[in-house]
Ligand binder design. Structure first.
Ligand code: ATP
Ligand code: MG
Length: 265
């Protein structure tokens, strides 16, 4: 499904601040996998997502998605196949447009219909059904401007915009990190349900290690632009946050250090 081979990205090449953000990274995801991604600040997690989405081109390496070579494809073309939700609830939706208009744009963008924010009756019914499944009451507020919604509600609308037409890959970059704990849990629940119902191949960056180990089917720990640990199955199920920290210090000969990563539950 997703196949990344020997990905290299060096920022500020040839200057004193040269930094290798992706260091010969290899990664293969199979269809329907839900992979969580952890790693300290600057490990290269968001850079990996940027590389997949085409925010920049790789210096070396290759990216295949469902048999299509993305390596040199422009970002806007990749966006038709990839859904992405960011940490900032302000990103991803147009604040002065209503929920319905935002969804309509997202829906028509990826279908044969001309670009439109006036939904058809059929679309309105689809949006209402999908919003109702979130149990946030958003189905009764479809004519509300998105800018008036809370952060959690906006993330829910963004998630729906990214999945209203099933993407080949869903990328979530700490999409609950800016929310209060109760709202974050609500958005996580919606995320789990959406991924499961539509069998979405998903990567989710989180700074909550315990959540990473218990969500989805596989967990990657990134470090210095590489995948340091790749965990799944029984090994992952048994893994505790302490085990992971011990594994890290055993391999890197230093303590796992991050001011944002939750090292305890
Ligand atoms: N456009 C850029 N130009 C220069 N350096 C960059 C750029 N994007 C990322 N970097 C650097 O690459 C490294 C990896 O950054 P990245 O954003 O991928 O980290 P991250 O793992 O997502 O960390 P965080 O947990 O803080 O979000 C960092 O040192 C960062 O400063
Ligand atoms: Mg990041």
């Amino acid at each position: 499904m997703l196949e990344i081979t020997n990905a290299v990205k060096v920022f500020a090449k040839g200057t004193p601040i040269e930094h290798t953000a992706l260091n010969h990274l290899n990664l293969t995801l199979t269809d329907g996998e839900f992979v969580t991604v952890i790693g300290s600040n600057g490990a290269g997690k968001s850079t990996l997502f940027n590389a997949i989405c085409g925010t920049f081109l790789l210096d070396k390496g290759r990216i295949l998605l469902d048999g299509t070579d993305l390596t040199h494809m422009p970002e806007h073309k990749r966006a038709l196949m990839i859904g992405r939700v960011f940490q900032d609830p302000m990103k991803g939706t147009a604040p002065h447009m209503t929920i319905e208009e935002n969804l309509s744009l997202a829906h028509s963008r990826s279908t044969a219909r001309p670009l439109s924010f006036a939904p058809s009756k059929k679309q309105t019914a689809l949006f209402r059904d999908r919003l109702a499944a979130f149990h946030m009451g958003l189905e009764d507020r479809m004519k509300t401007q998105v800018g008036l919604l809370s952060g959690g509600e906006r993330q829910a609308v963004t998630l729906l915009m990214c999945t209203i037409v099933t993407p080949k890959l869903l990328l979530l970059d700490e999409h609950t990190a800016a929310l209060d704990p109760a709202t974050a849990e609500q958005v996580m629940e919606i995320t789990r349900k959406t991924v499961e119902t539509y069998r979405l191949t998903t990567m989710m960056i989180t700074h909550n290690i315990s959540q990473a180990l218990t969500t989805g089917t596989r967990t990657l720990m990134m470090d210095e632009g590489e995948v340091l640990f790749d965990m799944d199955g029984a090994g992952r199920a048994r893994m505790t946050v302490d085990d992971l920290m011990r594994m890290y210090s055993g391999t890197r000969h230093k303590a796992l250090d991050s001011d944002r990563m939750l090292l305890k539950k």
